[in-house]
Write a protein that binds this ligand. Structure first.
Ligand SMILES: Cc1cc2nc3c(=O)[nH]c(=O)nc-3n(C[C@H](O)[C@H](O)[C@H](O)COP(=O)(O)OP(=O)(O)OC[C@H]3O[C@@H](n4cnc5c(N)ncnc54)[C@H](O)[C@@H]3O)c2cc1C
Length: 320
């Protein structure tokens, strides 16, 4: 059994900031992440961030991850455990983790859950064909592993993620044949939309995917228009020859650990789905468990960092 005062699950911007805030007070901290790097989503974000100067606006996501990780590594009271997956949180505050195919126990006085969100799927015929990707997965392939997801892409969703990943695909030499957006207007920043339009990518608002087709992998997609009640209009189909359909249709907080730990949960559509009920210091209804970042409600890295700081300080404060 490993003993610590604060255990933080997730080394994205929320978890990193929580760990730094807690470590600065002298608390004994463990930060664990199931991947082999710190930074969470930031490590694939090669674009400059918007937002406030205090939250690194104007820096690239990947550089923010490096700065936070470097700052955290200076603390001797912090233990970082990578490739370590949190499996469950039990009544006595014991956190069960898996590392190197072994299950280990961490006894923490406070636990901060900062595990982020997962990409949503879209229902349409043949959405299980190879070639249907989440936008985050496509971004990881390109920006982390240097692999193009395909040659001709249909992007689904014109929010910021769909627009940014479209632009990054163009930078990687991938042809994006169009972006479909079910809503009548573009959801992302117009500056991003203008960039992809200037590059010749059409944005079809009030359109969705009717079906994908292909023999063993995506070879094309049929899209169709939606009326003002979001019902498809027969006869408006367009057939697009693509080998990738990339879904940027939103994220949902990864709530499983919090459900399992018995925290009171509530459904808030504006926050992306099920989130834990929390107080102003981000303490859940289980007084040992705090939350921060996308798991507390899908927002952005800047708010994840602020929440991480609040949760880190709140957890230490509660130790007395
Ligand atoms: C394409 C794109 C562009 C974006 N652009 C911006 C932008 O310009 N500005 C901005 O502010 N935000 C932006 N965001 C949003 C931002 O990336 C997220 O809001 C932010 O990363 C959330 O931080 P987090 O720490 O909550 O979660 P994450 O960054 O997702 O980190 C969670 C970490 O927890 C780990 N984890 C998950 N489950 C477990 C487990 N069971 N055990 C151990 N570890 C686990 C994961 O591996 C991950 O490392 C963008 C997002 C995308 C996808």
């Amino acid at each position: 059994m490993i003993n610590t005062q604060i255990a933080i699950i997730g080394g994205g911007p929320a978890g990193l900031r929580a760990a730094i805030a807690a470590a600065q007070t002298g608390a004994k901290v463990i930060l664990l992440d199931n991947s082999d790097h710190l930074g969470g989503q930031l490590i694939k974000q090669t674009h400059m961030f918007f937002g406030s100067q205090q939250q690194f606006a104007g820096s690239r996501g990947i550089d923010i991850a490096t700065r936070l990780a470097t700052e955290l590594r200076q603390f001797r009271n912090v233990q970082i455990m990578l490739e370590t997956t949190a499996l469950g949180i039990y009544e006595d505050g014991v956190l069960l983790v898996e590392q190197d195919d072994k299950v280990r126990k961490i006894k923490a006085e406070r636990i901060i859950v900062a595990i982020g969100a997962s990409e949503r799927m879209l229902a349409f015929p043949n959405n299980d064909l190879p070639g249907v990707y989440g936008a985050g997965a496509a971004q990881t392939l390109m920006n982390v592993h240097g692999v193009r997801p395909g040659h001709r892409v249909l992007m689904v969703g014109a929010g910021n993620i769909g627009l940014i990943v479209t632009y990054q695909m163009l930078q990687a030499g991938v042809r994006v044949v169009g972006i479909v957006e079910a809503a009548p207007t573009i959801g992302g920043y117009l500056v991003h939309a203008a960039k992809v339009r200037r590059a010749g990518v059409p944005i079809y608002t009030s359109y969705t995917v009717k079906e994908a087709y292909g023999n063993g992998a995506v070879e094309g997609a049929v899209i169709w228009q939606l009326d003002e009640k979001w019902a498809p209009i027969p006869g408006t189909e367009k057939d697009l020859a693509v080998d990738v359909i990339c879904l940027a249709v939103g994220l949902s907080p990864l709530s499983d650990l919090l459900w399992q730990a018995g925290c009171q949960m509530t459904h808030v559509p504006e926050l992306g789905g099920s989130v834990a009920v929390r107080d102003s210091l981000l303490c859940t209804t289980n007084s040992q468990i705090y939350i921060a970042g996308d798991v507390a409600g899908v927002e952005e890295a800047s708010s994840a960092m602020v929440e991480g700081q609040v949760a880190g300080l709140g957890a230490v404060l509660s130790l007395g």
